[in-house]
Design a protein around this ligand. Structure first.
Ligand code: ZN
Length: 110
């Protein structure tokens, strides 16, 4: 599942599904640092969308770390492995707090 937002070094990137992104720009995903947005082609399969999300998120991590010039091949290789490791091990460090109708607090990993 792709989150709606991801915080990278204190910057909240919003994640948007964009129709026709790959048709119009020949890209499955785009990260916009200035507006803190990650755009994903809306018509991709769920797994492809997740994989592309990790790729764009990794770009954001490098950018926020000060790497304004990035090696696309390295991002491609590392993001593919990172996606597999996160997914196959169901790694989640964050907790989302939700409240039931009764007011009970529940922590869920999403
Ligand atoms: Zn890239």
């Amino acid at each position: 599942m792709v989150p709606e937002k991801v915080n990278v070094a204190g910057i909240e990137y919003s994640v948007k599904n964009v129709k026709g992104l790959s048709n119009n720009h020949d890209k499955m995903g785009v990260v916009r640092y200035g507006t803190a947005e990650i755009e994903l082609d809306a018509d991709m399969s769920q797994e492809r969308k997740e994989q592309v999300f990790v790729h764009e998120m990794l770009h954001a991590c490098f950018f926020e770390a000060g790497y304004t010039e990035q090696d696309e091949d390295a991002i491609n290789r590392v993001s593919a492995i990172l996606y597999q490791v996160l997914k196959d091990n169901a790694i989640c460090f964050g907790k989302k707090v939700v409240y039931t109708d009764c007011g009970d607090k529940i922590n869920i990993c999403n």
